[in-house]
Design a protein around this ligand. Structure first.
Ligand SMILES: [Zn+2]
Length: 284
């Protein structure tokens, strides 16, 4: 059964091993501001614990403007993304795709796998498999694939400067879909919440550095409370986490972990963030 190769590759025996902690976390969004919108509160907590944070976006948001050309908005949004990452002390990388043109094809898989090998993160966070638009969903699939492919030595990324295979399949987490619902309007419950009450203001300040996105949402989506809407989403998650835990916490972010065959199944975030991680019970 070919799919066993990943564990065999790591352990030589096929047994499940705990990945060694190299202190590297990678968060990938389809567009600039996605990471800030969904998981930056947790990233701040991990940084406080000494983790090295890397952020990448597939595109530079070239279709997200009604007033600038694609080239102009790319330049603007790259600067905004870099400024946001500075606040977190994270590296930033643009992965060379364009808005509405992210596909699950051979070259895209090789490109994302090459990038993943370069970082070789312990943890990857990205969009959930089902979300409101294709760019998010395909980004999710490409990085799910990259996590699996990166340790396989015979998978050739066709890069000019080949990078060694990754040390292991990373822990893979999906953040919540936009508005916490699927395309049929059904609530998608996270598996657990992270209490980000301590980092909410830093998270919102980071989001606020994406000024052009605020303008775009106002003209295209009719939404003028870019940062406050993000605060409300975190407050809603915090209320839900309070209800299921019996504790009182102000703000939270929700996650699901990829638990398919060969991916590490231990909840790494629960191990390092301890009581800041609150399991969803889905019964109340
Ligand atoms: Zn997006």
């Amino acid at each position: 059964m070919a799919v066993n190769f990943a564990k065999d590759l790591i352990s030589g025996t096929g047994e499940t091993l705990m990945n060694s902690d190299n202190k590297k976390v990678l968060a990938v969004g389809a567009h600039p501001d996605d990471v800030e919108s969904f998981c930056a509160g947790t990233l701040f907590l991990l940084r406080e614990l000494g983790y090295q944070i890397h952020i990448a976006t597939m595109t530079l948001g070239d279709c997200g403007s009604t007033e600038h050309s694609a080239q102009e908005i790319r330049r603007i949004r790259r600067k905004e993304a870099e400024a946001a990452c500075e606040l977190l002390g994270a590296s930033y990388r643009y992965l060379g795709f364009n808005d509405l043109s992210i596909y699950n094809d051979d070259i895209s898989n090789r490109r994302t796998t090459a990038f993943l090998r370069e970082i070789d993160p312990l943890v990857v966070m990205t969009h959930p498999p089902n979300d409101y638009m294709s760019d998010h969903e395909v980004t999710s699939l490409l990085f799910r694939n990259a996590c699996f492919y990166a340790p396989a030595p015979n998978y050739d990324t066709l890069s000019f400067t080949p990078v060694a295979p990754s040390s292991a399949i990373p822990y893979l987490y999906y953040f919540e879909p936009l508005d916490g619902i699927d395309i049929f309007g059904q609530k998608v419950r996270p598996q657990f919440y992270v209490d980000i009450s301590q980092s909410i203001e830093a998270r919102l300040e980071m989001l606020g550095r994406h000024q052009s996105q605020r303008e775009w949402l106002r003209s295209h989506h009719g939404m003028d409370d870019y940062v406050e809407a993000a605060r409300r989403r975190c407050r809603d998650a915090g209320e839900r986490a309070s209800r299921v835990s019996g504790r009182t916490l102000a703000y939270a972010e929700g996650f699901r972990q990829h638990l398919g065959h060969a991916y590490p199944r231990e909840n790494f975030l629960a191990r390092v963030l301890q009581d800041r991680v609150i399991p969803e019970t889905a019964s109340c």
